[in-house]
Design a protein around this ligand. Structure first.
Ligand code: GAR
Length: 224
C-alpha cells in the first residue's frame, strides 16, 4: 500500500489555519493525506494546543540561533515528519535557503492579502490589514503561493478575494479574510496531495483541477 501523503505545518500564532488542516487531514487517516507534525517558532502559542488536542506530534524551533542552525533544525523536523509537503500556516520566520533548496516546489504559504500587494518583510497579521485599509484598496483576500527565498514572493497558486467594507477596521477585515483562508488552504493542499497541483520545470504552478465553479467563487467539491 502507498504510504500516506505527509504534511508538516509550521506555525507562529493561534493556529486557526492549522485547525482547518487538522480538520480535513487527520492523523487517523490511513490512506489519505495527513498532518504528521506541527512545528512552532515559539513556545506557548495556541497552535501547539491545537496540535496537542489532535494528537499530532509537535515541537518548537530553537530560539536565538543563526540561520544555518535554524535551517538544520527545520530540515531535521521535516525529516521527522516524513514531509511530502510543508505548509506555512501563519509562520512568521523567513525559510532559510537550504530548506527552500531541499524542498523546492513543496512549500506553500498562506498570506492574508492579494499578493503581490501588501506582502514582504514585516507584512504579517494585523499589519497587513492596516496597510490595506490605509491604501484605500476596496478588495483584499487570501493568497496561497509557493515559497521561495524571499518573503511572500514565490509563484501564486490560488487566491480568494473579499470586499473591503466601508466601516472595516483591521479586525473585521482580518476575520473576513480568515474565513476564506480556512476554506482555500485545505483545498490547495488537497489538490497538491492528489497530484492535481504540480509545478512545471520553471517552478510555475499547474492546476489539473477546477477550484472555483464560476466567477462567484463557489468551490468545486473535491473528491476527498
Ligand atoms: C493568518 O491570517 C495568515 O494568513 C497570516 O497569519 C495569520 C495566522 O493566523 N500569515 C501571514 O501574515 C504571513 N505573512 P492563524 O495562526 O490563526 O492561522
Amino acid at each position: 500500500m502507498k504510504p500516506p501523503f505527509q504534511i508538516a505545518v509550521f506555525v507562529s500564532g493561534s493556529g486557526t489555519n492549522l485547525q482547518a488542516l487538522l480538520d480535513r487531514f487527520s492523523l487517523s487517516s490511513t490512506a489519505g493525506p495527513r498532518v504528521s507534525r506541527v512545528v512552532a517558532s515559539r513556545p506557548g502559542i495556541g497552535a501547539i494546543a491545537r496540535a496537542e488536542q489532535a494528537g499530532v506530534p509537535w515541537s518548537v524551533l530553537p530560539a536565538g540561533v543563526d540561520s544555518d542552525s535554524l535551517a538544520e533544525a527545520m530540515l531535521n523536523e521535516l525529516e521527522l515528519a516524513g514531509a511530502d509537503l510543508l505548509v506555512l500556516a501563519g509562520f512568521l520566520k523567513l525559510i532559510p535557503e537550504p530548506v527552500v533548496r531541499a524542498h523546492r516546489g513543496r512549500i506553500l504559504n498562506i498570506h492574508p492579502a492579494l499578493l503581490p500587494a501588501f506582502g514582504g518583510p514585516g507584512m504579517y497579521g494585523r499589519r497587513v490589514h492596516e496597510a490595506v485599509l490605509q491604501s484605500g484598496a476596496r478588495i483584499s483576500g487570501a493568497t496561497v503561493h509557493i515559497v521561495d527565498e524571499q518573503y511572500d514572493h514565490g509563484p501564486i497558486v490560488a487566491q480568494w478575494p473579499v470586499p473591503v467594507l466601508e466601516h472595516d477596521d483591521p479586525e473585521t477585515l482580518a476575520a473576513r479574510v480568515l474565513e476564506v483562508e480556512h476554506r482555500l488552504l485545505p483545498e490547495v493542499v488537497d489538490a497538491f496531495a492528489a497530484g492535481d497541483l504540480t509545478t512545471d520545470p520553471a517552478g510555475r504552478p499547474k492546476w489539473n483541477r477546477t477550484l472555483f465553479r464560476d466567477e462567484r467563487f463557489v468551490l468545486v467539491p473535491s473528491k476527498s
